[in-house]
Write a protein that binds this ligand. Structure first.
Ligand code: CO
Length: 500
């Protein structure tokens, strides 16, 4: 069995190497590639993806898994080996149950749909996108059917992003969360608004960059195993565990954007940098799910980066660098400004108190589409009705409404809930961290983040993808994903800022 395990690991390492090559090409595509490289880069990435898929779904992997599974059952279920075999089997089944021609059809339909979505968004005309989305929904239903029996048609889609998570769990979490968030938002809207005019001034790009670098260096982002570059949309790209890169962007209209997105991406990157090196070049070498990933990025961005403790240390530095912008702004006013709550149309610009409502709206619509209870043609109306109910706003057009996000055109149904789940997990972990490190706040106020990062490394990062999201959260906090810590956090934070 030792020999078979070794063979499996070697074959999986080849897949990991192909994925590393694709990752680097993908990173380059979004940073330095000249425009003329686009077409052939697309071919190169397509070839690498195909090769990785072929190697991973090869019959030898299937028979090695079959041989090793009885052996895995005799191992400690938490051991690297047992987890590797379990996680590989799950991914293997996912990649082999759908016929290759269906995968190709889906790739084609979504490629065409992206172009249609871009045009529809530009013209704010949903009817251009509608037939494409109808095809995508039909194909996603077919996809789900390859994984029958399921409890819910949305389960196989959700599982692509959150291994093992069920639609029923997500629904229960969000049904508990939504009325509490709507109620909080209502209470905030009745209070005087905070002033954040100082965040709408020009801040020099280089100073912003340097400040962001200083912050994430303090956090513990490892520059010997990473680097930062510019890109249109900020992202983190793991090439392999020794090379986890981040990008940021300069947005002259929103000077705080670079600062907070740098913290956000560093949060993603530190998760990957913290995976145990012994898991390298295997399916366990990375974050376990999008929600757990987002819990890390949102923790550093919001729970740390938008806290009083953090700015107790950094605000004097910030004021010195940006003297003409905030020289006369007190720390208290600054703190309130960066935490301003204001319902808006666009998800990616939403603050902490409104963000999850944007996500819940999408999740509910996705589930109804998949269940066949909502027709694609009725989607804009359903979207606008929920925007009114949850955020008190009516989008003036579809570009600011149902057409704003790229995900559906790419066929990514099941992705949105991960954003909100990440927020919830971040605060669940935070409560536990504060129990384990009672002076966490004063450490942060002194510019020390090693206690926090060390805790995350030990309890979350080092495990890589060994445990699914629910299992990981349960192991670390003692309960499954639970919205109540997040609600408590929002109520305390915004109760203080808005005097509720
Ligand atoms: Co993120």
């Amino acid at each position: 069995m030792e020999e078979k395990l070794k063979q499996l690991k070697e074959k999986l390492a080849v897949v990991a190497d192909l994925q590393a090559a694709a990752a680097l090409l993908g990173w380059d595509q979004q940073t330095y590639m000249p425009p003329g490289g686009a077409e052939d880069r697309g071919h190169a990435l397509g070839t690498l993806a195909r090769l990785a898929h072929e190697h991973f779904t090869a019959d030898e992997i299937g028979s090695l898994l079959g041989d090793l599974e009885p052996y895995a059952a005799s191992l400690d279920a938490d051991s690297d080996e047992a987890c590797l075999i379990r996680v590989t089997r799950h991914a293997f089944d996912k990649e082999t149950k759908v016929p290759a021609e269906k995968v190709a059809e889906f790739a084609f339909v979504t490629t065409v749909a992206q172009g249609a979505w871009e045009e529809a968004r530009e013209k704010s005309d949903f009817s251009i996108f509608q037939p494409h989305l109808e095809k995508i929904v039909a194909l996603r239903r077919e996809y789900a059917d390859y994984f029958k029996p399921y409890d819910h048609v949305y389960d196989p889609l959700l599982d692509d992003f959150e291994r093992g998570m069920k639609t029923a769990d997500v629904k229960a979490i969000f049904e508990q969360l939504r009325p509490l968030q709507v109620e909080l938002l209502q209470a905030i809207s009745e209070r005087p608004q905070v002033d954040d005019r100082f965040l709408h001034l020009a801040y020099p790009e280089k100073d912003q960059w340097d400040f962001g670098v200083d912050v994430v260096t303090h956090f513990g982002y490892d520059w010997k195993r990473g680097r930062q570059d510019h890109s249109v949309h900020p992202f983190t790209q793991t090439v392999h565990l020794g090379d986890v890169r981040i990008t940021t962007r300069f947005d002259p209209e929103r000077p705080a954007s670079m600062l907070f997105s740098t913290m956000h991406e560093a949060g993603h990157a530190m998760y990957e940098q913290g995976v145990a090196p012994r898991l390298a070049r295997s399916p366990l070498a990375g974050g376990t799910s999008l929600a757990v990933h987002e819990s890390q990025s949102r923790m550093w961005e919001n729970l740390v980066g938008r806290s009083r403790a953090f700015w107790t240390f950094f605000y004097p530095k910030f004021q010195k660098v940006f003297a003409s912008q905030v020289g006369n702004v007190s720390m208290e006013a600054f703190y309130k400004g960066i935490n301003k709550v204001e319902p808006s149309f666009i998800r990616v610009e939403a603050d902490e108190a409104t963000y999850n409502l944007h996500v819940m709206l999408r999740l509910e619509l996705e589930i109804e589409l998949m269940e066949g209870r909502l027709a694609v043609k009725d989607l804009p109306e359903a979207w606008n009705a929920r925007m009114r109910d949850y955020l008190g706003l009516t989008p003036p057009n579809d570009s600011l409404g149902v057409l704003q996000d790229v995900h559906w055109s790419g066929g990514m149904i099941g992705y949105f809930p991960t954003y909100a789940l990440g927020n919830l997990i971040s605060v669940q972990l935070w409560e536990k961290i504060n129990q384990d490190i009672p002076d966490l706040e004063s450490q942060i106020a002194a510019g020390r983040f090693d206690g926090l990062l060390g805790w995350l490394r030990q309890n979350v990062h080092s495990h890589g993808a060994k445990f699914g999201p629910q299992e990981l959260v349960q192991r670390v906090t003692g309960s499954k994903i639970d919205p109540m810590p997040y609600v408590r956090y929002l109520k305390t934070k915004y109760g203080d800022i808005y005097g509720l």
